[in-house]
Design a protein around this ligand. Sequence first.
Ligand code: URA
Length: 219
Amino acid sequence: MVSTKAPEDAYTAAPFVPDRGGLPSLRRAAADCHGCPLHRNATQTVFGQGTVNARVMLVGEQPGDQEDRQGKPFVGPAGKLLDRALAEAGIDPADAYVTNAVKHFKFTPTEGPKRRIHKAPTLREMTACAPWLAAELALVEPELIVLLGASAGKALLGSSFRVGEVRGALLEREIHGRQEKLVATVHPSSVLRARDDADRKAAYEGLVADLKVAARALS
Ligand code: URA
């Protein structure tokens, strides 16, 4: 029998990305993306949110459980923490476009109350989804990109990216032919995962300090 399954190397969102139109038409097209297998188990595509005039683009890893259910990025516990940190750093949410490197929730189903455990996307899945992020960047043209964690960094700067090596510094890199300013920081979920209150406080303060670098770059 002839297999109709695409080889994994062929995973890409590229054929689903419209070559004209604004954010609303991108969002509509992304809702039907079958560029990789992650759409099969996710509830829906979670596309970026914010206006095309946003000054800063915040890039996370992938939607979580709440985001998958609600169809919006960063609305769960990590998003609430991020909102607090952004406010403390002085970044106005109205200036921000919030999105993820991967637009579908990837999880492992389990028994018990927490039935869907977040599973990190592979580099291949991030590469497959990259055309959506590239299209968002091309339309929004933010003054600054904030990379929230290692996956966002790898998606935009390559697999050798290490958040610990560059966090809190204002970077300049060419991405898709455009000179971009970037600030990398930890993913807000890593603050929530800290093993005790002291570690959580230190991790949160580190996140806010990095976001203040971003706020200064915007002022
Ligand atoms: N974590 C992410 O990286 N993105 C979300 O939207 C939610 C949690």
